[in-house]
Design a protein around this ligand. Sequence first.
Ligand SMILES: Cc1cc2nc3c(=O)[nH]c(=O)nc-3n(C[C@H](O)[C@H](O)[C@H](O)COP(=O)(O)O)c2cc1C
Length: 401
Amino acid sequence: MSSLKNKNILLGITGSIAAYKAGQILRLLGKKEAKVYPIMTEAATHFVHPLTFKALASEEVTYKLFKEERGAEHISLARLADLLLIAPTTANIIGKIAHGIADDILTTTVLAVDCPVVIAPAMNHYMYKNPLVQENIKRLRKFGFKFIGPEEGKLASGEMGPGRISEPFKIVEYVEKVIKSKNDFKGKTFLITAGPTRERLDRVRFISNYSSGKMGYALAEEGIARGAKIILVSGPSSLDPPSNVEFYSIESAEEMRREVKCRFAEMDGVLMAAAVSDYRPLYTEEGKIKKISQEKINLKLIRNQDILKEIGNKKGDKILVGFCAEVENLEDEARIKLKEKNLDLIVANNITLEGAGFGVDTNIVTLIDKKGNIEYLSKMSKREVAEKIWDKIKELMNVQS
Ligand SMILES: Cc1cc2nc3c(=O)[nH]c(=O)nc-3n(C[C@H](O)[C@H](O)[C@H](O)COP(=O)(O)O)c2cc1C
């Protein structure tokens, strides 16, 4: 049975030259027995008459926010939606959504939905490459909007470049994937660690690292979107905890260890994205360490327990995902850790690469699983990396069961 059968898909159509392709998309969704509700912007009606979609769609076509006969249609449509697909999506609509603007029926509906939103951009390549458009896309990805395309090729203007809307069949395939993945981890509970730890030297000083928590928080957001229950144990971070997670704030590696250990038994899996301090000061001064006349002072450090190794020893059939940030010999180091800690998957990143590692919104990672399968991911947003990691976890769980 098609995963789209009886699913309510809102199909946003915007003022792009590719608006006619929405007709094909609508037909393909219809073939898969989805219920499709076209929502057109005013500009889209200049490209394709609403009557076209009226003839093709099983449901009513909407293109006005204010109507005499019906009330708040953006709300009623939003409430029934299983997914909102915008295909094609103009640069204008991307910009409006990225800034929370809701001044037409489509953008108002976008703000009101509580379902995945898939965006299929279509525009001239200069428009697509414009830094403002790129910045808006980045912002939307960060908030969990899903993108399909655009693709490189010949554009309506005759020029070559990125900006072509993806082929309708690819868009529909992607919609199916997103709908299916909504319940990927329903009934499963995962613990995710994120951020740095702080190891206290005295009342005012600590040893820590540059981790921002962005990768772990992105994993938590994506896990929630796929139906999992998420326990997020985080070191100090300036990020707001994602909604719907059970959140625990910790400071030191030892506090993180305690939290992970006491919750481990109830988990289906643990993703250790935190940058945990390997060492802590042997002594912590109650007050403040005084500046003295000596030029050099010695700091004695003691090893923290390796949380991953500890839980790896008794993991049973739980899924265990580790992360490693390296500056050289990335794959070799990752393989050693994978084995040593009895992990199912390791996410390795070379923090010397631009756009990877601490603090930034993107990452460049390599996934290595316990069978030795290796997947090199290109630079992408941390939310997209999270998507790939959850895809891999799903695959590993399917193999196990
Ligand atoms: C012939 C023509 C083709 C256009 N094609 C596109 C396009 O493919 N992508 C795009 O972002 N804007 C395109 N535009 C510009 C949009 O129609 C314009 O920005 C409009 O305000 C978009 O409205 P909407 O985003 O509310 O649908 C085109 C305009 C014209 C006149």
